[in-house]
Design a protein around this ligand. Structure first.
Ligand code: HEM
Length: 430
């Protein structure tokens, strides 16, 4: 079993110095925050030989990088250098059977902002607010299925289906396709855990190609019979293409890439945020009590969950010219591992970072959704789902507590995402 160190512990730490920390080590992955604290103190910009990247753990350094999207790019140059699918045999399947694994939203400037201009208007607060009755309805329906049982595996029966149903509705996918979408979505994120075997990569790519065909069929249907959903919207809008200096419709490859990015972005991370929030609640009974008595503090709670238990712990940036970050030289061509989770635990920015504080003034300044050019377009949707989920949970469910004999509350090993394997809870009906 993976060794677990309580979040604020320092005593029994298996690694004490930066040089002992390897981000591919499952023990480090279970104990990110201890590792980040050591790196931030000893070497806040640290070249980690095991992964061949510069790791950034200080809030200010991360912000500096994210605010300079031309000097530090997120786009295809990084993806070409660090291909997500490592085995060429698995990668080739895209060409043979599907579409390129291409996400327009992962482009660099100046292209990037034109893609975002097509997507962002569908994910504004006003657009999401229109969906509130639907989202609330889904939350209540899910709770109805287990409220009389007194016990639930919360990940499978609440945290995962909620965002999946919601993003499926926004994209315009029928609800009955949910199980397939879930499996495809799991396959899409699987390569992010790194170190997959050839067989695992082939499985993940084949599932992704099934998803691409599914979206392609939806595009064809919606071109024929438009609906009020994001895929229809993408078939109707025109992109300003900087290469030809005029507007044009999106290609099927572009729509497939945007839709699958939104589908996956829209569910895995939000599911992890909701589940991580419950785990944080289990460990902080005073906060739980404060929320139960005063639900107006839920918004701050959600920010604290996102900050303390950031579902996306880190992503890449590519260095486009020799430069320095806070006086530390980084060469052109280097890859940076930006650790949002570490910036969010930086005590210089967030005093007593491991403790949820419902009065924290800068709670919303966390990096869980990134910042700058590539800031998450789904942040409002995700926050809204979490606000409503907690509101209804605090209203209908009492005394939520862990079930230690069934669950060790450890995480799926992984480099980028922080995801509990499962989360069993007992409770009483309100
Ligand atoms: C708790 C939930 C979520 C978390 C923690 C999260 C986190 C992030 C982060 C850290 C980034 C990268 C920013 C960067 O490159 O610096 C990102 C980008 C993105 N997210 Fe989210 N996200 C969440 C929910 C969503 C939702 C609900 C959607 C879709 C509706 C979504 C879609 C995307 C897309 C498409 C991008 C790429 C944007 C770009 O590069 O321009 N995410 N997200």
């Amino acid at each position: 079993m993976t060794r677990v160190i309580p979040i604020a512990s320092s005593g029994s730490c298996p690694f004490k110095r930066a040089a002992e920390i390897d981000f591919m080590d499952p023990v480090v992955q279970e104990n990110w925050f201890t590792a980040y604290d050591i790196l931030r103190d000893e070497a806040p910009i640290y070249f980690m030989p095991q992964i061949g990247m510069y790791v950034l753990t200080r809030y200010d350094d991360i912000e500096y990088v994210l605010r300079r999207p031309t000097l530090f790019t997120a786009g295809p140059d990084v993806q070409d250098k660090e291909p997500l699918i490592k085995h060429a045999q698995a990668r080739d399947l895209y060409e043979q059977k599907g579409w390129r694994r291409y996400t327009s939203l992962g482009e660099n400037l100046p292209k990037h902002k034109h893609y975002r201009a097509l997507v962002d208007p569908k994910l504004t607060l006003a657009a999401i607010r229109n969906k509130e009755p639907f989202i609330r309805g889904v939350i209540n329906e899910l709770i109805d299925t287990w409220i009389y049982r007194g016990e639930v595996e919360f990940m499978k029966e609440f945290a995962e289906p909620l965002p999946m149903i919601v993003i499926g509705e926004l994209l315009g996918f029928p609800r009955m396709d949910l199980p397939k979408l879930k499996e495809w979505s799991y396959a899409w994120v699987l390569p992010f855990s790194r170190g997959l075997s050839l067989e695992q990569e082939i499985w993940a790519v084949e599932k992704h190609i099934e998803l691409q065909h599914y979206i392609f069929d939806a595009i064809r249907d919606k071109r024929r019979a438009p609906k009020d959903d994001i895929i229809t919207h993408l078939t109707q809008v025109e992109l300003f293409d900087v290469e030809i200096d005029r507007h044009r419709p999106l290609t099927d490859t572009e729509i497939i890439g945007i839709a699958d990015h939104l589908l996956i972005g829209g569910n895995e991370t939000t599911a992890f945020a909701i589940a991580n929030g419950l785990w944080l609640l289990f460990r902080n009974p005073t906060t739980y009590q404060a929320l139960q008595t005063d639900p107006t503090r839920i918004r701050n709670w959600v920010e604290e969950v996102l900050r303390i238990e950031s579902p996306t712990q880190g992503l890449f940036r590519h260095v486009t010219e020799d430069t320095d970050i806070n006086g530390f030289n980084v060469p052109k061509g280097a890859t940076l591992s930006i650790r949002y989770g570490a910036g969010n635990h930086d005590p210089a920015k967030f005093p007593d970072p491991v403790t949820p504080d419902l009065e924290r003034k800068n709670a919303g300044r966390h990096l869980a959704f990134g910042i700058g050019e590539h800031v998450c377009p789904g942040a409002t949707l995700s926050r809204y789902e979490q606000w409503l989920a907690w509101e209804v949970l605090f209203d209908r469910v009492r005394n939520m507590r862990p079930v230690p004999e069934k669950d060790d509350y450890t995480h799926i090993p992984g480099f980028w995402l922080r995801a509990l394997k499962q989360i069993h809870m007992r409770f009483e009906k309100a």
